[in-house]
Design a protein. Structure first.
Length: 213
């Protein structure tokens, strides 16, 4: 599989995950610099029965301001926007939208909703990152991002707490890069400024026997 090289700035970064993804985010966010020229949008599967303190938790580790999404908020670079329980997070051109649409993959917020709406609104400016989780949410969304000219990344299943979501995406051939978390943290600032990842050649996507099963 040939991975894209230098290109447009990927200044809309969408992150999705489920079981194990909060732990992954707590490791990833400290690697993103406070001057990151991109907005970071996060959709993690969460219970609709309880208020979420995810944004507050992530803010403890992030160099960037972290806030729960408010309907209609304008997207600004250098900020992390976190989906809230029981509402899908969608991207419009310049703003974020919260909706109580049908559940997808038995969940709301769903990763696919965020990913496909970002692809529709921003095309090649999107970098999609799928983190630890079970099931297959995010696979179709990564396909949408890739089809729109964006970059797609999954956490290395070997080091993830839960692998099935990642393996679903890898098997769909929607993935440009498979990376351990520290190298995702290295790659995203480069992508945000349009740099190539040629100095991270080890990260190129290869669906080999170590990612199967």
């Amino acid at each position: 599989m040939t991975a894209p090289q230098a290109g447009p700035r990927r200044d809309i970064i969408v992150l999705g995950g489920s079981a194990g993804a909060i732990e992954a985010l707590l490791r990833l966010l400290p690697d993103l610099p406070e001057d990151l020229p991109a907005a970071v949008l996060v959709a993690i599967h969460m219970s609709a029965l309880f208020p979420s303190r995810l944004a507050e938790l992530l803010a403890l580790k992030s160099n960037l301001p972290v806030e729960p999404v408010r309907d209609g908020v304008e997207i600004a670079p250098g900020r992390v926007y976190v989906a809230v329980p029981d509402l899908h997070l969608s991207v419009n051109s310049g703003t974020l939208e919260l909706t109580h649409g049908p559940k997808e993959h038995f969940t709301r917020p769903a990763i696919d909703v965020l990913f496909r709406s970002a692809a529709r609104a921003y095309g090649a400016r999107v970098a999609g990152v799928l983190l630890s989780g079970g099931g297959s949410d995010g696979t179709l969304g990564l396909l949408d991002i890739k089809a729109a000219g964006g970059i797609t990344i999954v956490e290395n299943p070997q080091s993830a707490l839960h692998r099935s979501m990642l393996l679903s995406a890898i098997r769909s051939r929607s993935v440009d890069y498979i990376m351990p978390l520290p190298q995702i943290g290295m790659a995203l600032p480069k992508l945000a400024t349009g740099e190539a990842l040629d100095d991270l050649l080890v990260l190129r996507c290869s669906v080999g026997r170590d990612t199967q099963g």
